[in-house]
Design a protein around this ligand. Structure first.
Ligand SMILES: Nc1ncnc2c1ncn2[C@@H]1O[C@H](COP(=O)(O)OP(=O)(O)OP(=O)(O)O)[C@@H](O)[C@H]1O
Ligand SMILES: [Mg+2]
Length: 306
């Protein structure tokens, strides 16, 4: 078709035609680069839009979850009171002079399974309080992830940021991997929290996706000589050596069409670089992979913008 007649097959041409071919090649390359760049910006904008939506949703959920939790705690206290009251009643039934009334009370208690009901209410309340706490953690995670348009650099607790993000992607991980935490105390790190959440999210999801059936994801944090490092390692399928050099290229993916865009690690790399840090990968095919990122723990050097 038209102008795509295989430039690489055309031998170098002398004079103006050769120059034109060369220019055309350059133009095509520039167009391809521009396309890559556009796609990356689009992806970042998409993330920003999702983040804003998430912020709104988190905000709206926060309120009802707050009063649901508080009400559940009140209900538990009331249940204790009712249980105590029924206990006193039980004790006193024997003192009634009216055997027919005694019998009616005992029969009603049995028919209505009051003992079981009291026990089960306690169980149901416990479960509901757990559930509400889980929703609360997810909301906190969404809130930290959603500060998308805000590139503000603040002193961040990276361990907290990692845990918040883990809560967000927990659904993708819980059936596949056991989590192991190997945390050491970290100083606060000047960075953009939302961008770091994005980094952790991509690394965690990749780790889970690399595990075919059941495995383990280990999170470790270290602080040495002014640098904070966070490592996320998995016992997944590993990376073929010939792919190692290409991982951070935009659109490099080994996943099926529709499964991966190949932008995750490109974004990760970009963010870490903007924070003045670096990221390394080690992998053994069949055994697993470890991504280790380092960030300077002081405000000196490059800041995170953009
Ligand atoms: N933990 C890992 N274990 C094995 N392979 C990995 C791991 N992380 C990344 N990879 C490889 O690197 C490729 C690029 O990862 P990247 O996150 O950039 O894109 P993706 O996961 O394919 O798609 P996207 O993240 O855009 O949905 C993956 O397709 C996969 O082959
Ligand atoms: Mg990915």
């Amino acid at each position: 078709m038209g102008n795509s007649m295989g430039l690489d097959k055309v031998p170098p041409m002398p004079g103006k035609e050769g120059e034109a071919a060369c220019l055309r090649q350059k133009l095509e390359q520039t167009q391809a680069d521009l396309k890559d760049y556009q796609a990356r910006i689009l992806q970042q904008e998409k993330l920003a839009a999702i983040g804003q939506l998430a912020a709104g949703v988190a905000h709206e959920i926060n309120n009802p979850v707050g009063f649901i939790t508080s009400n559940l705690h009140s209900l538990r206290k009331y249940l204790d009171k009712l249980t105590e009251y029924i206990g006193v009643q039980d004790e006193l039934i024997g003192h009634y002079d009216n055997p027919a009334a005694q019998e009616r009370l005992r029969a009603a208690k049995k028919a209505l399974k009051i003992d079981f009901v009291l026990e089960d209410i306690e169980h149901l309340l416990g479960e509901s309080i757990d559930g509400a706490q889980r929703v609360n953690r997810i909301v906190q995670g969404l809130k930290s992830f959603s500060r998308v348009s805000d590139n503000e650099v603040k002193a961040i607790d990276l361990e907290q940021c990692l845990e918040n993000t883990l809560n967000l992607v927990w659904n993708e991980i819980k059936f596949k991997a056991k989590m192991v935490r190997d945390y050491q105390p970290l100083p606060l790190v000047p960075c953009c929290e939302q961008q770091m959440a994005q980094v952790f999210m991509n690394l965690l999801v990749n780790a889970a996706q690399a595990i075919e059936q059941q495995g383990c994801i280990t999170l470790s944090t270290r602080y040495e000589h002014g640098w904070v490092s966070v490592a996320i390692s998995d016992t997944g399928g590993g990376i073929a050596p010939e792919h190692l050099d290409r991982l951070f290229e935009p659109f490099f993916t080994t996943k099926e069409v529709g499964q991966g865009t190949g932008l995750g690690l490109a974004i990760v790399h970009d963010i870490i670089q903007k924070h003045g840090g670096d990221i390394k990968v080690g992998s053994t095919p069949g055994r697993g992979t470890c991504f280790t990122l380092r960030l300077p723990a002081t405000t000196e050097g490059e800041g995170a913008h953009g």
